[in-house]
Design a protein around this ligand. Structure first.
Ligand code: ATP
Ligand code: SF4
Ligand code: MG
Length: 370
């Protein structure tokens, strides 16, 4: 394997001028001890130097296991959190440390949809108030008036405009998420960060909400950062996908390349957990089950952070952090951070790799009793 070209992620993004450009972004949450002096004893390296871009009207999926830093990334981009290091440039403006008082303009164009449609809506406000408030706070006075505009937005997201006076608890989870989406749309944003917008919903409702977001993206040309645990959820939504592990982006590529030619062992393992899109496919999907938990972000492993769970790890992996680069065989814009990358295929191996001994034991037991 040879590394042919070192490309910062920011140069490998879609051709359109980036609407969002994130460079070296990091967030370390201080860990404190003591009641009075609150001495800092360490830091949670939630996000630890990531680069990515999103073009106007484009979509980037951000995928990885729980705790890898996805939500923190979303909150840094929308400036709900202050970064420890790095820069966030949005719509040509460096907003990394813009004081809250001067964030108004950027906030109009930079909205967030949250995972939990139960806690993200104020239960004491009517749906109308929830959708109208961002317009009023931002001094937006639509010609048809706030109420009519809010009702139009409810219609746009598939809700009955006559439910304007109802309260969130009168709606189902899927409907509440639609209210959250209407609220995010109220300011006609250029970018929406959707943090696991369907994970709290019934599987039957998830596809409806993803389809709604996709329709809105096409109709209004809104760019999306779509955060998900699961590669299956972002598969149909996102043109580009970045895979995160323990505060780092380990692989980023266009959808097709990532799903059919993953090079990072972690991406490969995540893909092996995604159900086959075509159940009649004769191709045997390989199986990789990852053993153990993600290590603590307080004291991440040296070198490659994935090495404690990687079946290919060697001494070099502990000594040297693999840079996120374009590897030989990877196309333009496909970056991988691994010293010993996978062959670019998801075809079956000779033998399954099952890394979790508990899974193997369970399967052997059930095969024996079958
Ligand atoms: N305010 C905070 N203070 C201290 N640590 C935090 C804070 N917010 C997040 N963390 C830690 O930072 C790491 C990344 O958290 P984050 O919520 O970004 O992960 P995530 O990928 O969104 O996980 P999930 O899939 O569970 O939502 C975790 O270890 C988390 O415990
Ligand atoms: S650098 Fe080493 S430990 Fe990390 S993913 Fe590649 S082979 Fe595995
Ligand atoms: Mg999260």
């Amino acid at each position: 394997m040879s590394i042919t070209q070192h490309l910062p992620a920011s140069q490998a993004a879609p051709a359109a001028a980036p609407l969002l450009e994130v460079s070296g972004l990091a967030k370390h949450f201080p860990l404190r001890q003591g009641i009075v002096f609150q001495r800092q004893i360490g830091a949670v390296h939630a996000v630890d130097g990531i680069d990515f871009t999103v073009g106007a009207g484009r979509s980037l999926g951000l995928v990885g296991e729980s705790g890898c830093g996805k939500s923190t990334t979303g909150r840094l981009v929308t400036r709900l959190l202050e970064p420890t290091a790095g820069t966030v440039v949005f719509d040509g403006e460096d907003i990394t440390h813009t004081p809250e008082a001067r964030m108004k303009e950027a906030r109009r164009n930079l909205q967030m949809i949250f995972q939990d449609p139960y806690s993200s809506l104020n239960p004491r406000h009517t749906v109308g108030t929830i959708v109208e408030t961002p317009m009023k706070l931002n001094g937006i006075n639509p010609p048809q008036g706030h109420k009519r505009r809010a009702q139009e937005l409810l219609e746009t997201v598939g809700l009955n405009p006559e439910h304007y006076n109802r309260y969130p608890n009168e709606f189902s989870g899927g409907q509440r998420q639609r209210i959250g989406i209407a609220r995010a749309l109220a300011l006609r944003p250029k970018l929406i960060v959707a943090d696991e917008p369907v994970s709290a919903l019934d599987v039957s409702i998830q596809a409806q909400i993803v389809n709604l977001l996709q329709d809105l993206q096409r109709e209004f040309g809104i760019a999306f950062v779509f955060i998900a645990h699961d590669l299956a959820v972002v598969r149909h939504f996102c043109e580009r996908v970045a895979v995160m592990y323990l505060g780092k982006i380990v692989e980023v590529a266009d959808r097709q390349a990532l799903y059919t030619r993953p090079r990072h062992p972690y991406t490969h393992a995540l893909l092996s957990a995604v159900p086959e899109a075509d159940p009649d496919s004769t191709r045997r999907r390989e199986r990789i089950r990852l053993a153990g938990d993600v290590p603590s972000p307080v004291d991440p492993p040296s070198g490659c952070r994935f090495r404690t769970r990687c079946w290919k790890a060697q001494d070099r992996c502990a000594a040297e952090e693999p840079p996120l680069v374009r590897l030989k065989g990877n196309g333009e814009g496909h970056l991988t951070a691994c010293h010993f990358p996978e062959e670019p295929t998801i075809e079956a191996r000779e033998e399954d790799i099952v890394l979790d001994p508990a899974v193997t034991a369970r399967e052997e037991t059930s095969a024996g009793t079958a």
